[in-house]
Design a protein around this ligand. Structure first.
Ligand SMILES: NC(=O)c1ccc[n+]([C@@H]2O[C@H](COP(=O)([O-])OP(=O)(O)OC[C@H]3O[C@@H](n4cnc5c(N)ncnc54)[C@H](O)[C@@H]3O)[C@@H](O)[C@H]2O)c1
Length: 314
């Protein structure tokens, strides 16, 4: 039986993907340097092999690709913090761009059947047209977004140039269990949930909003993202780029209203000056990925409810 490689499999989204692959009886290899991921995000399972190492280690990758026969590579490993990419562009470029290129080269060398790359809605930047469609202009504005865009192009061009079956997915704002709330630049939902938990424990805390709270995002539940990754693997998606969102635009104030319906009283809101570079509005057009069978199964309230129930248990 062939193996499936998940880079960044100990991270937030990667660990959900691994869980689903194992549930489907697949044999999975994870490579992760545990820089933000955690070993405990992954289950103990005889079909799972965990390799602690970096995707920038070309020798290690060569060895790995020679030792296992990978049919699919899901490439999710990245420095996922936009802020860190601004602070440390060289380091992030090594991981977010060079790492992708090493993986593409190895995948082509050994004849991997499908390569799926986790890109980001950040590639669209702050161009005003909405909803974002894959054929629209992009304006990547941070090292993170530039490296995602370049990696995305290398990925899909692999099909046009070498006939290699590779595809890229532009994730919008993913939320769900195991997302790390520890930095102010983490996913906003994980931070809000963390503050609500503290508040419920009696700690003095606030929910901080940068700007007026009317900025919008397309919040997509992690299990829907896993669904999209698997559809991209199965479908005729070679050389294509797909948005992964819900197609629904939600402001932070609306998000907080929905959270209130689930958890009851919220901590006091504190409005702070907008953060430079923050995009005002974002929402995906999901008609392209719908054409390969994707539809978001978890409306925001349902996803938030699951996340809240999980978070009070942990
Ligand atoms: N969470 C989102 O909303 C979102 C949105 C758009 C795109 N993405 C992309 O999805 C992917 C997964 O993101 P996430 O939210 O799960 O973040 P995450 O930080 O939880 O996961 C990234 C994983 O990659 C690992 N990693 C980092 N550098 C590595 C290296 N050099 N070698 C091996 N492993 C390394 C980390 O330890 C971590 O486990 C990333 O590529 C990210 O850019 C995420």
């Amino acid at each position: 039986m062939d193996f499936t490689l998940v880079t960044g499999g100990a991270g937030f989204i990667g660990s959900h993907l691994v869980e689903e692959l194992l549930a489907r009886g697949r044999r999975v290899v994870v490579i992760d340097d545990l820089s933000t991921g955690k070993r405990e995000n992954l289950p103990q399972n005889q079909n799972l092999t965990f390799i602690e190492g970096s995707i920038t280690d070309a020798e290690l990758l060569k060895h790995l690709f020679s030792e296992y026969r990978f049919s699919t590579v899901f490439h999710l490993a990245a420095v996922a913090s936009v802020h860190r990419s601004v602070e440390e562009p060289l380091y992030c470029h090594r991981v977010n761009f060079d790492g992708t290129l090493y993986l593409l080269e190895e995948s082509k060398r050994v004849g991997v059947k499908k390569f799926v790359f986790a890109s980001s809605a950040a590639v669209y930047g702050d161009l005003p047209q909405l909803p974002k469609r894959e054929d629209m202009a992009v304006k990547p504005q941070t090292p993170y977004a530039v490296d995602k865009y370049a990696s995305e192009r290398y990925t899909v061009n692999s099909f046009n140039l070498y006939g290699f079956d590779a595809t890229a997915l532009r994730f919008f704002n993913v939320y769900g269990e195991r997302q790390d709330p520890s930095s102010p630049y983490s996913g906003v939902i994980s931070i809000f949930i963390d503050r609500i938990k503290r508040f419920k424990r009696g700690e003095e805390t606030t929910i901080d909003i940068y700007g007026d709270g009317r900025q919008t995002r397309d919040f997509v539940y992690v299990k829907d993202v896993v669904g999209a990754l698997l559809l991209a693997e199965e479908g005729k998606t070679a050389g294509e780029v797909y948005n992964v969102g819900t197609g629904k635009e939600t402001s932070l104030l609306e998000l907080l209203e929905t959270l209130k319906e689930i958890v009851g009283e919220l901590p006091p809101l504190r409005f702070l000056p907008p953060r430079p570079g923050d995009i005002k509005r974002s929402v995906a057009d999901i008609s392209k990925i719908s054409s390969i069978g994707y539809y978001p199964k978890f409306p925001l309230k349902e996803g938030l409810k699951r996340l809240w129930e999980w978070s009070v248990k942990t």
